[in-house]
Design a protein around this ligand. Structure first.
Ligand code: FES
Length: 122
């Protein structure tokens, strides 16, 4: 069902956790399955200096979140906002079609965190 690459990443995610004293966090739920995703970010010079995620979710949600974090770390907030679930799935290699909706969770949580960060800075 999942590729070896996805299975290995699931066993050893690199960005799982929560940033203490994060500049912002975003939390969303997936209405289709009830799973929850929380993304915390640290911002420096308008870039994602650090990012972590915590989820109550499936393998696809965990792995796609980990790859999203990898993709956006170091990017400007605008660049990070423009990373899509399609980019994440490309990075993952392959995801069962029934699981593609799971890859949207972290993206939504990240966008929410960025939105809240901008609100705080206005
Ligand atoms: Fe809920 Fe994948 S089944 S996020």
């Amino acid at each position: 069902m999942y590729t070896e690459q996805v299975t290995e990443r699931f066993k050893k995610p690199r960005f799982m956790g929560e940033i203490q004293e994060a500049d912002s966090t975003g939390e969303v739920g997936n209405v289709r399955c009830g799973d929850i995703m929380r993304v915390s970010i640290k911002v420096k010079d308008d870039r994602i200096a650090d990012i972590k995620f915590k989820t109550y979710g499936c393998v696809a949600a965990i792995v796609s979140s980990d790859y999203l974090c990898e993709l956006v770390k170091g990017k400007t907030l605008e660049e990070a906002e423009n990373v899509t679930s399609k980019d994440v799935i490309e990075r993952m290699g392959e995801v069962p079609a029934i699981k593609t909706h799971c890859s949207v969770l972290a993206q939504d949580a990240l966008r929410k965190a960025i939105k809240d960060y901008r609100k705080k800075c206005d």
